[in-house]
Design a protein around this ligand. Structure first.
Ligand code: TXA
Ligand code: MG
Length: 341
């Protein structure tokens, strides 16, 4: 299949992309979190094409993207808590799980009776949804098992030739997927952490709890609330290990890998004893968590592209604010391997 590459500024081609979506085609598009692989959320055949293009198990539900939270009631049973949270954080990097209405085909929700609703803040995403006139079902635009894509070049690497079009809208601003929440007895349960943080939800007066799958490996017979959390999604080719403890001891441990071309050491600008190492990968300032979030997936892709690297070591980030989302992606990449030093 020939894949069209569409610049997001080209309004005529944006309308063509919208038509492709309407007519059951697949279009990758930028959002403020990561790139999405969009399909018409009202057509069950479209969802099946998404699963095939990604090589994704079809029991893993797709998020439905709307241009305005006011549209949600057409597709799901909205609640007072949804109204309260969506009035503040939608549009934004948030997905809200609600009971679905029958217009959303079962293939979109992997057979669940709920649907994830998200209103992206990104202007191109919003325009594509408005132009297409239908809700857009979209998972992250990566091959299953690869890191989510945060730039059009990543989407081209994974999906060129497998989908109809890719809209190039530059780098995704946040770089990590949306926060996914569900309601549980009047409180908010976080199924996947993201840029809408625990603290931001508590600021609204909500009681917030974390699904176990956010920080811990589930046993064989436990099922996470978000089916996607059970897959070892963010697994790079190399074996990843996280280190916890005092920064000084972590850095001394990391220094023992100096000169090892089979080992990548992920570190921060402040770690002066490490940044000069030939195998150091500097992710940015330790305090600038937004930048770490923004860089994480492209760094994992870069490391994946270097076949010499067999091992990756990084300190385990602290879990305040967006740190929880960074920790969650890294700990999954590490298969939950954390060494206390
Ligand atoms: O930021 C994002 O959320 C991006 C952009 C494109 O919007 N999308 C994204 O989609 O990350 P995906 O498919 O890679 O991840 C969706 C996650 C999966 O873990 C899936 O299991 C969960 O959302 N999910 C979707 N619908 C659900 C539902 N009804 N109940 C529970 N979990 C759901
Ligand atoms: Mg994904």
């Amino acid at each position: 299949m020939e894949t069209m590459i569409i610049p997001s500024e080209d309004d005529k081609q944006m309308r063509l992309a919208a038509q492709i979506i309407r007519e059951c085609g697949l279009v990758a598009f930028p959002t403020e979190t990561v790139y999405g692989l969009g399909a018409n959320a009202l057509m069950s055949g479209a969802a099946e094409k998404v699963y095939a293009a990604k090589g994704r198990p079809s029991d893993n539900p797709l998020i439905v993207h709307l241009h305005d939270a006011g549209e949600a009631e057409k597709y799901a049973h909205v609640t007072p808590l949804f109204d309260k949270i969506s009035s503040v954080y939608m549009p934004g990097p948030l997905t809200y799980i609600l009971k679905k209405k029958p217009v959303i085909p079962d293939s979109v929700t992997g057979g669940l009776d709920t649907v994830g609703i998200r209103v992206p803040k990104n202007e191109t995403a919003n325009k594509l949804i408005r132009y297409s006139g239908v809700p857009i079902a979209a998972p992250s635009a990566n091959l299953s098992g690869r890191p989510s894509t945060t730039a059009a070049a990543h989407v081209i690497a994974d999906l060129y030739g497998r989908i109809d079009a890719i809209i190039d809208g530059g780098e995704a601003e946040i770089g990590l997927e949306s926060t996914i929440i569900a309601e549980e007895n009047g409180s908010v349960r976080i199924l996947r952490p993201g840029a809408i943080t625990v603290e931001m939800l508590r600021d609204l007066g909500c009681e917030v709890t974390l699904d176990k799958a956010v920080t811990e490996r589930l046993s064989e017979n436990e099922r996470p609330l978000a089916p996607g959390m059970k897959y070892r999604h963010y697994a790079p080719r190399a074996e990843v290990t996280l280190l916890s403890g005092e920064t000084g001891s972590i850095n001394r441990y990391l220094l023992t890998f100096a000169g090892r071309s089979d080992t990548a050491v992920i570190c921060y600008c402040e770690d002066e004893e490490l940044t000069e190492l030939s195998n150091a990968y500097v992710i940015g300032d330790r305090k600038d968590k937004k930048n770490t979030a923004h860089r994480l997936f492209s760094l994992l892709r870069e490391l994946d592209g270097n076949s010499e690297i067999k091992y990756i070591y990084s300190s385990a980030p602290d879990t305040d604010g967006i740190g929880l989302a960074i920790f969650n992606r890294l700990v999954k990449a590490a298969g939950y391997r954390i060494i206390k030093v």
